[in-house]
Design a protein around this ligand. Sequence first.
Ligand code: F6R
Length: 622
Amino acid sequence: MCGITGYIGENKTTDILIDGLRRLEYRGYDSCGIAAVGPKSSLYLKRVTGRVDALDKLVAEEPLKGAGAGIGHTRWATHGAPSEDNAHPHTDCSGRLVVVHNGIIENYLELKEKLPGHKFKSETDTEVIAHLLEQHLKGLHVQEKAVRSDMLEPVFFEAFRRTLAELKGSFAISAVWANCPGMLLAARMHSPLVVGLGRNENFIASDVSAFLKYTKKVVFLNDGEMAAVRKDGVDYYNFHGRKTAKDPVTIQWDSTMAEKGGYRHFMLKEIHEQAEAVENTLRGRLLPLGGDILKAEMGLSAEAIKGFTGLQFIACGTAFHACLVGRGLFENFGVPAYADVASEFADRAKLMPKGTLVVAISQSGETADTLFAMREAKTAGAKVLCITNTVGSTLTRESDYVLYTHCGPEIGVASTKAFLGQLAAIYLLAGHFAAARGRLGTADARRYAEDLLRVPRLIEETLAKEKEIARVAESFAASEHFLFISRHLNYPIALEGALKIKEISYVHAEGYAAGEMKHGPIAIIYKGMPLLAVATSGRTLELMAGNVEEAKARGADVVAIVDAESRKTVKASRYITLPSAPELFTPMLTVLPLQLFAYYVALAKKCDIDKPRNLAKSVTVR
Ligand code: F6R
C-alpha cells in the first residue's frame, strides 16, 4: 500500500502535493517524493528516504518556482528496500517522464526483458512503467515523425494507454511528461484512485483525504478507467481509449475521517481491509502449488524444502498465534512443527533437531525478542525464513529466506490485517511444502489452492455480520472477565480473541484449549460470565459441543461461533454464524468476529482503540 497524489492548476504545486502526502502517510511512510513540470518545461524532482517532513524541508531549501502539473508518492515498500533510489516518482531514461504507482506490477520482470537498452536505476516494479511509457512515446514519435506541439497531448495519452494494456497486477498510476505541461494522466486497476474537481485546478489521489481541504467534489475511478486531467477539466476513458461519462459526488467527510476511509478507527478500517490483505498476499503466488514462483521469490529450492526435517516457529503476541496455526497446519501435512514465543526460545535454540527450518514471523520485522531469537537460531546453525510485512526491516536483512505479506501499513496498535496476512503466508508456505514433499497430490493441491483463493470472499461474507456482532458485544459492555475457548487449529484463535479484547478494552480475558477447562479454569466461571466458543464443523465439533455444555452448566453466557451445520450440534445462548468453509481454513474466518467483538466492547467502554494504554506498535526492547 502506498499513497499517490497529483495536482494541476495555478496554486503552489509543491505545497499542495506535500500537504496531500502528509495526509496519505498512513498508507506508507518509508520514503516519499514529488515531481512537477517546472519553468520552461524543466522537470523538478525531489525524493527522500523517510517521512514527508524530510521532503518538505528539502523542497523548502530548493523550491520550485511557479506552478505546474505535479505528482507525489509516499511509499510502503514491496519491491526493493526503502531507499532514495527506490522512492517514487520514477523517471524514464530521459528524466523528463515521471510516474508514481500504488500496487504491484506482477509481470515487471517480463516487461523489463522487453526493454533492452533502457537504464534502470531502482529495484522497484514501478520503474518499468516509466520505461515502457518512454518506449511507446518513442514508437509514436517515429510514426508521426515530427510531432506538432498540439499533438503532444494525444501522443502522451496514447502511449500511456498502450502502456496500461501491457501491465498485469494491481495499480493506481499517475504520469507527467515535461513536454506536456498542461496534462497529467492517471489510471486505476485494483488499487484506489479518485479525482478531485476544483475551480481552475484539479487533483488526483489514492483517497480523498489528500485534497479534501481544497474540494469536496470528487469522481471515483473504477477498475479499467483512466483520466486525462487538465486545470480546466477532466476527461475519463476506458483502457480502449473510449470516453466514458462520470458523475461527481460531494463528500461529507472531514479530512481525518477520510484518512480512515470513513471508519471511526484505523482498527475497524484494517479489519475491513482483511480480504484485500489476504488477496494481495496470495496474488500470483499460489499456482501451481509446489511450482517455482514462491520458491524463486523466497530463494528456496525444491531440494531445500525436501531436506528440512521440521519447522520451528518463533514470534511474539499476535504473530505467535499465527505461528500456532502454522504448527497445526504443518502437522496436518505430516511435517513436524513447533512454536515458541520468541522471548522463551533461547534454550530451545541449541536443542533443535538438525535440519530444522526456523520460521520467524513479525509484522514490523523489528520486534527485539523475535530478532534475538532469530539470531540464537542462526548461531545454532539453523536456516531462518521470515514472514513479515515490512520490506527492508532488520528481520529481512538477517534471514536466509523472506516471504512478504502484502497488507500495507497497519496503523492500529492492535494487529488485525497483519495477522490475516501472516496466516495467508503460512497457508501458502504449507501448501508449497506439502506439494513439494509429495503430501498433496496434483488434484488435492489444486483443491487446496482453490479453497485458499476463496477465502477473501468468505472474509467479506463474515464481515457483513458486523452489526449482529456489535449487538452481542455491546450487551457485554459492563463485563470485566471474558473466556475464549476452542480446539485444534482454532485454539490459537481463542488465544487471539482474548488478546484482542485485553489490549483494547483493558478487561481480564483468557483463551484456553477447550479440553483444558475442566483441569482448573472452569472454576472461575460465574453466573453470566461471557464465554466465546469457536465451534465450527470438523473433527473437534462433538468435543466442543460438550465443553459448551459444561460451561453453560456452571452459568456461562455462551456465544458460539459456528457455521450453519455446527449450529445444529452446539447448544449456546447466542450464535454468530459464519459461512461454511473447509475445516483447514476456518482460522482465517473465526478470528474475524472475535476482532469485531473486541472492537465493539472497547467502543462501548469508550477506550482509545487505536492507541491503547501501555502499548506500542513496535516493541524494540527486550
Ligand atoms: C497484538 C499485537 C502484538 C504484536 C507483537 C509482535 O495486537 O500487535 O502482540 O503482534 O508485538 O509484533 P510484530 O508482529 O511486529 O513482531
